[in-house]
Design a protein around this ligand. Sequence first.
Ligand SMILES: Nc1nc2c(c(=O)[nH]1)N[C@H]1C(S)=C(S)[C@@H](COP(=O)(O)OP(=O)(O)OC[C@H]3O[C@@H](n4cnc5c(N)ncnc54)[C@H](O)[C@@H]3O)O[C@H]1N2
Ligand code: MOO
Length: 389
Amino acid sequence: MDKLDRIRLAVMEGLAPLPTERAPLAAAGGRWLAHPVAAVRPAPPETCSAMDGWAVRSADVHGAARLRAGRTIFAGELPGAPLAPGEAIRIFTGAPLPPGADAVVREEAAREAAGEVELRDAARPGENVRLAGEDVAAGGLALDAGRRLGPRQLALLAAVGVEEVQVVRRPRVALLSTGDEVLSGRTPDSNGVALAGALRALGADVAPERVGDDLDRLAAALERALASADAVVTIGGVSVGAHDHVRAAVERAGGEVRVHGVPMKPGKPFLFALAREKPVFGMPGSPSACLVAFEVFARPALLALAGAARRFRRALALPLAEPAGGRPGRARFLWAAVEDDGRVRPIGRDAAQVRGPALADALVRLPEATGELPAGAPVETWLLEEEAR
Ligand SMILES: Nc1nc2c(c(=O)[nH]1)N[C@H]1C(S)=C(S)[C@@H](COP(=O)(O)OP(=O)(O)OC[C@H]3O[C@@H](n4cnc5c(N)ncnc54)[C@H](O)[C@@H]3O)O[C@H]1N2
Ligand code: MOO
């Protein structure tokens, strides 16, 4: 673990999930489960056919066989009376297996004529049969606490009869874009756009605001933010310029600055504080630095508040498509495209760029001990999955 990892863990330390609430499935999408959820019903709900064909007793079909053709069972019907020895019942995919049947012979391997069915091959016990609960058993664990409920997870819960879940409340995040140039619009608030979207993609309710380079105004805005939000994210004003008031405003609000300045590029001036027991993330103003610092520190910490078990991006070791490096002694982050052959190609490196973040599929992290790396060297690659919002 390097210095940066220790700081990341220190930022997350003590950030517990927010209170929980009950939600019907229809309102639970995008939230994180507060508790493990057990299946109310099994999936599949009943032992059923996996094919259109004929339900049989496998003992009747040791090889090619001729059986009496019985009734038909469709999906949604009751299984009805047991299958008699020497009988085959026409059955469709998803229809419940009649008692006594233990295999289904596919339509294509059977021929029906004059009230009889001719079966070409032997039927093995269990063939083309799905057992009730073989996917998820009733009462068994459906999803664990800390799982995000996306469409596929909601589908699983719906399938096993869960109608309501206990989820962590949505974080309320105040987003303060600072700077006279941003307030006036001379510099577009591109970081505000990026972070509002990134926060909403985490399920947060976002309250964005712009504040000029005025310590009193900034301190007042921060006070209001701390009164109403679970967390505050500020943008700009955290380095050493004459107008960099974020630290002073945090201290005026009684905040305790835990981190200010981190061994990485870009994103070096990042600030983390606790004020009224709420986390305050001070992001650098330079666009690439702002988004890197968000990825490295704020996103995992906010995921902890939101109740997520998985807080870090999935990281793979992928080979560099071209040489890359930096000054040893601090971690270096590069926006990168993942090419079709699985190599990663860095895009730009200036701390003020907006192009790299927009075109990247991944963020590459070069460790602090690394200097220049040749093409082909494996590098830690954080995959940035699409988060539409
Ligand atoms: N003498 C020094 N100068 C700087 C240092 C340093 O250590 N010594 N650090 C540099 C580093 S590293 C970074 S990163 C930047 C970040 O500084 P701040 O966080 O104080 O950001 P600002 O000065 O307020 O703004 C920097 C830059 O970003 C633009 N900006 C600000 N907010 C937004 C926004 N919401 N959307 C888009 N762009 C924004 C702002 O206009 C400036 O151009 O400091 C270096 N300087
Ligand atoms: O780290 Mo600043 O974060 O590069 O320009």
